[in-house]
Design a protein around this ligand. Structure first.
Ligand code: E4P
Length: 226
């Protein structure tokens, strides 16, 4: 299973690449806004971090675009900036068409803000590289998320679509595990989700106990560093 980091902070991405071997990055206008830098500056900084690798950066286009032609034009412009960029288009009629047109040019596409299996199916039919069901938002709205992921994965498998299921808006380690159990290919989550998810208080309790015993036991090698 692939782990993507959902962030536009270069220091977070650099840490996640070095320490966690993340497989890619997703950004959105919210993440870019908090950096305080212009959009193109931020995405190109991120692009430079992964250039020469097979790791992808999913980057948003202007969310005001309503015509597929405008989505395609911006997608082409952004894709030309960095070979690692995957263009995010929305789960709308125009977004699906833009996906089809960009894919015909060999540009990779992440169909995002997906909230139904029907939307995911159309994204797959249009050749999406990734489809991004937003499970955190579903759960916040009182809707089931595990069955939602399972349906999308089952549809993908039934028809052998090449689209990877990228579970997004993930809020905690439990949801990462749920996505893995449901057969998702990728999760994208914020820095804190991974940092907290890779830790457990009992690990530290256990280590403290072992340190105690360690201190009471001779190592048996005078030269050894203790
Ligand atoms: C994924 O690609 C999105 O950037 C992200 O998960 C959106 O959700 P959030 O901003 O609510 O976390």
């Amino acid at each position: 299973m692939k782990f993507f980091l959902d962030s536009a902070h270069v220091h977070e991405i650099a840490h996640a690449l070095e320490m966690w071997d993340i497989d890619g990055v997703t950004t959105n206008p919210r993440h870019v806004e908090v950096t305080g830098k212009p959009f193109l500056t931020v995405i190109q900084e991120i692009g430079r971090l992964v250039q020469g690798t097979d790791k992808t950066i999913s980057t948003e286009i202007n969310p005001y675009h309503e015509r597929w032609q405008d989505m395609v034009a911006e997608g082409e412009k952004l894709a030309a900036l960095c070979p690692n960029f995957v263009i995010k288009v929305p789960s709308t009629e125009a977004g699906f068409k833009a996906c089809q047109m960009l894919r015909a040019e060999g540009i990779r596409v992440n169909v995002t803000v997906c909230f139904s299996a029907m939307q995911a199916l159309q994204a797959m039919r249009m050749g999406a590289t990734y489809v991004s069901p937003f499970i955190g938002w579903k759960e916040a709205n009182g809707e089931p998320s595990v069955s939602f992921i399972e349906e999308i994965v089952e549809i993908r498998n039934n028809y052998l679509f090449e689209t990877e299921v990228l579970v997004a808006a993930v809020r905690n380690g439990r949801q990462v595990v749920d996505a893995a159990l449901a057969g998702a290919d990728i999760v994208t989550a914020g820095f804190a989700v991974y940092q907290e998810g890779f830790d457990h208080p009992y690990t530290h309790v256990g280590l403290a106990k072992f340190q105690d015993f360690w201190d009471k036991t001779p190592y048996g090698d005078e030269e050894a560093t203790r």
